[in-house]
Design a protein around this ligand. Structure first.
Ligand SMILES: [Zn+2]
Length: 57
């Protein structure tokens, strides 16, 4: 499993994501960003930041 803590990129958010693959995880994070953080689309910078914080769980 892959795991990502939203707070690693967006300080103060306590949402934690888990998914089987990095791609699936990014999809969930993208939905969450849109709904909770008003992030329309993941920029390449943001995606890189997220990927750098994904860990194996
Ligand atoms: Zn969040």
């Amino acid at each position: 499993m892959k795991q990502f803590c939203c707070g690693d990129v967006i300080p103060g958010c306590r949402h934690v994501f888990e998914a089987c693959s990095e791609e699936e995880l990014l999809e969930r994070v993208s939905d969450h960003g849109r709904e909770e953080h008003d992030i329309g689309e993941l920029t390449s910078d943001l995606e890189a930041a997220i990927r750098s914080h994904i860990v194996d769980a």
